[in-house]
Design a protein around this ligand. Structure first.
Ligand code: CP
Ligand code: NVA
Length: 309
């Protein structure tokens, strides 16, 4: 049984295979063909944090595959408080064909996978956002024609999204150049995890202009992630100048603009950048649906594993 806890769980061939399957399912959907590969299946969807895209794209994905996603508020089940995670994982596995969870700690999805007996999908944790970045690379494939050989400049916090982007660049044969203020850069643990790719496929800078110059893609995310609200004022001060705006866009005139959303217009991205013809952020948002259908098809359907070859 496979899980999707991190993009680092995938081989390059599996990552590219998921993108291929997502593109195929998207095309079939455009043609009006509905494949009900998960007829009768249910996905338990645990949310310890808010969501617009993740919740709705998983619900719609399950619906389009013939099944159903069931939303569960983290506060309601109280993982580790009302009930031990071992018990929650086992009970959910008796009702559902899969579990998707948006959690504060990566260890929570690791434990759900460890104690449960159905596939577990990370719908965002402190460490990564693999479903987002699969959708991002589907979007890059559509707009750039390939996912290899590109330079993505990530301007902002070296956070969960940045970490998954780095893992995806390593899998796809592209480069991620991250520009963050001191104190908000990739950690020693990140460097160790990136291994031999650190300094080559993944680079850390502190100057946004240096990172942006000549990039194929300018990507950003919020300065204050969910759960860090108390740090907001300090982060606003530290990230001043780390905004994707006309000044940075002029350094990468052909670059596509990406953002996982929700965006804070006027902070990490200007209105003009978000609304510019180079912005592909709403294609990213749409592709959450198609990329997740590929993930669900592979992990939850009986014939799923065979789809990646
Ligand atoms: N990008 C993303 O995961 O959006 P939500 O937080 O709205 O799910
Ligand atoms: N880094 C952000 C991503 C939101 C989709 C967060 O964790 O809040």
């Amino acid at each position: 049984m496979r899980h999707l806890l991190s993009l680092a769980d995938l081989s390059p061939a599996e990552f590219l295979g998921l993108l291929e399957l997502a593109a195929y399912l998207k095309e079939r959907w455009r043609q009006g063909v509905i494949e009900r590969a998960l007829a009768g299946a249910t996905l338990a969807m645990i949310f310890e944090k808010p969501s617009l895209r993740t919740r709705l794209s998983f619900e719609v994905a399950m619906e389009q595959l013939g099944g159903r996603g069931i939303y569960i508020r983290g506060e309601e089940i109280g993982i580790g408080q009302r009930e031990a995670i071992q018990d929650i994982a086992r009970v959910l596995s008796r009702y559902h064909q899969g579990i998707m969870a948006r959690v504060f700690r990566q260890q929570t999805v690791v434990d759900l996978a460890r104690y449960g007996s159905v596939p577990v999908i990370n719908g965002l944790s402190d460490e990564g956002h693999p479903c987002q970045v699969l959708a991002d690379f589907l979007t890059i494939r559509e707009h750039c024609g390939a996912v290899a050989g590109l330079t993505i400049a990530f301007i902002g916090d070296a956070n969960n999204v940045a970490r998954s982007l780095a893992q995806a660049c390593i899998l796809a044969g592209s480069r991620l150049v991250v520009a963050s203020p001191p104190g908000y850069a990739f950690t020693e643990a990140d460097r160790a995890a990136f291994g031999a790719q650190w300094g080559t496929a993944v680079r850390q800078l502190h100057d946004p202009a240096e990172a942006a110059r000549g990039a194929d893609i300018l990507y950003t995310d919020v300065w204050t992630s969910m759960g860090q609200e108390r740090e907001q004022a300090a982060r606003r001060a530290a990230f001043a100048g780390f905004c994707i705006d006309e000044r940075l866009m002029a350094l990468a005139p052909r670059a596509k603009i990406m953002h996982c959303l929700p965006a804070h217009r006027g902070e990490e991205i200007s209105d003009a950048a978000l609304e510019s013809p180079q912005s592909i952020v709403f294609d990213q948002a749409e592709n959450r649906l198609h990329a997740q259908k590929a993930v669900l098809r592979v992990l939850l359907a009986r014939d799923g594993a065979a789809l990646l070859g």
